[in-house]
Design a binder for this molecule. Structure first.
Ligand SMILES: [Fe+2]
Ligand SMILES: [Fe+2]
Length: 449
């Protein structure tokens, strides 16, 4: 008969499958069971199990009703998952596959197999819990999370991502960054994804500006990692992007406050010594212009400008009659003036900046050949910022009036830089400075800034 199980008892036992034949009519009782079934249900022996009634095995009576209804209707039940009660009244997940057999003598039997699927159910449950946890994490995390395949097509995004883009998940899946972001931006995102796919190295904490579909720019921090298949092959990428616009604005404000406070220090210097103040402002302009010619970032330019404005702040601790003394200085006086770099360094060294402000100022009288002060550093030991500051300082000081001499003019300053180019002053920096001078003719280019 089709769908009847021709499994003998010893084979079923060997396979760990419970086997049974149960009489439904005229009398309800087990006709056959095997040791495995007895064992699954916690009975000592087949005979002990045989004393039980079919109905009593089900934990939930509704399950038993559904089982019997299906059996009556279809004549068979395949892999019916239900909870059984063990002898000790513990619940156990089983799967029943059975047929109804009606004999010529109107005897009604139920025969089939019962498998213990508790382990399988446990695994399923763990997986389902993990899936739910992951989904709830993905949906509640206030960062945009996205998974992409090896062609950078989006395969999954979280709720935050859909809200940011303003589209439904199904309108995003299968698309690429080119569908949602300006061309240049998407190109960069593609390059980053390809780099992760190619090298397997993650990109961690990259700060970028992105234009949202609603037209606002935001500052974000992005991390991208590779996704592997079971064989260890890279099959895509996962990315996480956090909006840090508010934080970046706060940071900008904090920095602006600090810079304003430092400018007050500059003003204090001005009140005491107007020559030094206009000098530092000019030096800041020159240094910034050189930094711009080197295509520096906004942050680096800000650091450069600030270093220019503060570089002689240490002169605040030097007696005015020495500072503005007309004529030659004694060796001791000269030594005192040299101390301004260390004094300034000590004043600001403990303030945290994202650029080497104190060290740049400390080095602004150093020269490539080691002839500078205070530490006689040489070429590779000197920061590029300090090399720029040195050139800007000399250019300004030689050009303008000093209390101890008349202004020598920009030509004289240019000559001094040319003379020390490569030995005292950095060659590239001098070339940029001279280029700036030449572009502006006789005019002093920094006074307009
Ligand atoms: Fe100085
Ligand atoms: Fe200076």
């Amino acid at each position: 008969m089709k769908d009847t199980f021709y499994l003998n008892i010893s084979t079923a036992d060997a396979l760990g499958i419970g086997l049974f034949k149960y009489s439904l009519f005229p009398q309800e009782k087990f006709i056959i069971t095997n040791s495995t079934l007895a064992h699954i249900l916690g009975y000592q022996s087949k005979n002990e199990l045989k004393k039980e009634k079919w109905d009593s095995l089900f934990l939930n009576p509704q399950d038993k009703d559904v089982f019997l209804q299906t059996l009556r209707k279809e004549g068979k039940v395949k892999f019916f998952e239900t909870l059984f009660k063990t002898k000790e009244n513990k619940s156990i997940w089983v799967a029943i596959t059975a047929s109804k057999v009606l004999t010529k003598t109107q005897h009604e039997y139920l025969e089939g197999i019962i498998e213990n699927i508790s382990a399988h159910k446990d695994t399923q449950e763990i997986l389902s819990i993990e899936r739910n946890l992951l989904q709830s994490l993905l949906d509640n995390i206030p960062d945009a999370i996205y998974f992409k395949d090896h062609l950078n097509r989006i395969i999954k995004v979280n709720k935050f991502y859909t809200q940011g883009i303003g589209l439904k998940s199904e309108e995003i899946i299968g698309k690429t960054d080119y569908d949602f972001f300006p061309n240049e931006q998407a190109k960069q995102m593609f390059e980053d994804d390809n780099q992760v796919l190619r090298t397997g190295s993650p990109i961690i904490g990259k700060i970028e500006h992105t234009l949202l579909p609603n037209g606002t720019w935001n500052q974000v921090i992005t991390t991208k990692i590779p996704i592997y298949d079971q064989k260890g092959k890279i099959i895509g990428t996962m990315g996480m992007t956090r909006d840090i616009t508010a934080y970046a604005n706060l940071e900008k404000e904090r920095r602006a406050m600090l810079i304003n406070a430092l400018k007050v220090l500059g003003k204090a210097l001005e009140m005491r010594d107007p020559y030094t103040f206009s000098h530092t402002r000019h030096v800041a302009s020159i240094a910034e212009r050189i930094g711009k010619a080197l295509n520096w970032s906004e942050d680096r330019l800000l650091g450069m400008r600030l270093a220019g404005e503060l570089h002689d702040l240490g002169k605040i601790g030097i007696p005015l009659d020495i500072l503005n003394k007309p004529g030659n200085l004694s060796d001791l006086e000269y030594l005192l003036i040299q101390e301004h770099v260390k004094k300034c360094y000590d004043l600001i060294k403990d303030i945290q900046f994202p650029f080497p402000l104190a060290e740049t100022i400390y080095q602004h009288h150093e020269r490539l050949d080691g002839s500078g002060y205070p530490r006689q550093l040489s070429n590779n030991e000197i920061l590029l910022e300090a090399k720029i500051l040195a050139v800007s300082d000399v250019l300004e000081a030689v050009t303008h009036y000093r209390p101890y001499r008349e202004a020598l003019g920009i030509k004289k300053a240019q000559e001094e830089l040319e003379k020390g180019k490569g030995s005292k002053y950095d060659k590239t920096v001098v070339d940029i400075a001279i280029d700036l001078i030449n572009k502006n003719g006789e005019e002093v280019f920094w006074l307009n800034d």
